[in-house]
Each structure stands twice: as structure tokens, then as C-alpha cells.
Design a protein. Sequence first.
Length: 285
Amino acid sequence: MSFWHRLKNLFVADQPTGHFARLDTTSFPAFEKGTVWLVGAGPGAAGLISMLGYYAMGEADVIVYDALVGKELLKFANPKAQCIYAGKRGGKPSPKQKGISISLIDWAKEGRKVLRLKGGDPFVFGRGGEESETLAKAGVKFRIVPGITSGIGGLAYAGIPVTHRDTNQAVIFLTGHDETGEVPHAVDWQSIATAAPVIVMFMAVKHLDSIAQKLIAAGRKPDDALAILSNTTLPEQSVAITTLGEAGGLVEREDVPTPAIVVIGEVVNYREILNWYQPSENRIG
């Protein structure tokens, strides 16, 4: 059975025969032996991986996947592929980045088709830049397959537009911790606080109180709307609405699920009318 016939059966079983079959003759780039593809898996739901990413999963000999890659997505892997967990979660024992990169090089030099499967987009706080730089220096050919970052797709599933022409013409993406695990020390909080009406933060729950206080001290309004989006696009998705000034207290009182995205700004208020997503255990998107 062809790749596209399998895709049709997985995603659109109720579609008229031939809809996806039209893509059977599509020429995807060859996944060559001895190469590494860094693929963005999207924000969580298996159906949000790109067609090129899905194709790569069916071709790979080795799949090295992150903690944010769901089990439903791994069902799309080549049945003969070796699937290796390389999850990195804050505050928990996890593989070292150097070790992951060396492993990718070793498998590629063994002549394997290596897929590095990363949650969201590899180049949006995904350390894809570091890994691809290491591959380049080792002389290993690689390809980047972008994914939907949770900083955009996760907001969409929460009914929060990352931009809206009535509220903002700019947005800032910010990480909630640096390489030490602490609040980013190189951030110019004075500039960040007022540079854009909307701030989207990744991995910020642990230090949210400290970050909120820095933003307020730099001029951000304490009553700015803030949302914490947990497990976005998945059946267990949850959204907590508060304000910048109250965010630290909420995290202290509540057991906020992670992974989570934090968004600050007036766009949060659109959730009241744009809350469209109804999670279902039986769907992959």
C-alpha cells in the first residue's frame, strides 16, 4: 500500500476515493542513508505534523524523539524503525544535549536514515540550531522540516489569536529559563515589557512569579490579561485565565500542568468568544 493510501486511511477514511491518491505521484525529497532530518512534530496533536514530517517518519531507520512527542504520533513511524527516547524535561533527569548530538552523528555515519523528532518547531526554543550546527561541523548532511510551534498553534487551540489587527501588530516570543534553568539573565526586561502588546512565553511556569514582577517593574500593567495554556491541542488541554499581577499567586496555589505556554496581552480576552476546541479522546487533531 502506498504512503498516500496509508495517509488517506489514517486521516480521511470518509473522504471520496482518490482524494489523497492524487498525491501518490508527488516527489518528496529522498531521505538518504547517512543523513539526519530534524522534524517539528507540532504542538501535540498527532494530526498537526506536516505531510513532509509524516513521510519522514515512514522512511526513517532511527527516530530520536523528545518528551513532548505523543504516543499517537509514534504510531506513524516505520514499523522497522528503532525509536529512541531522548526527552528533556526541566528539573528531571534527562539526556545531555552533547550526548544526543553525538548519537545522531554516530547513527548517520553508520549509514542510517536518522530522524530527530522534536515537539513544536525545531528552531523555536527547540535546540534545533545547536543540533544542526553540530551535524554541519561533523560533515553530516541534514534537512530541517519546520513544525507548528505551540506558541502559535497552542494559542489557536485555546481560542487566542497570537495577532489581531485590533490589538497588536507585534508579538514577542520569550523563553522562561536559560541554559542554567534559571530566569534568563541576558533578557533586557525594560525593553521586553513594553516592546510589544503581546508576549508569548515558553517554559515559564516555574519562574512565572519572578518574570511577572520583572515585567511589572519595567512598566507592564499588573492588570494585563494572562493565560496559562497546558497540554495544548491534546484531550487534556486546560486553560487558566488570570492577570499578570496575579499569575504568581495562581501558580503557587494551583498545580498547573506542564508543558505550558504563557501568553500576556489583550488577545487573551478573545478566548471568551473564540473558544472553539472540544477535546475528544477519539481524534488526532
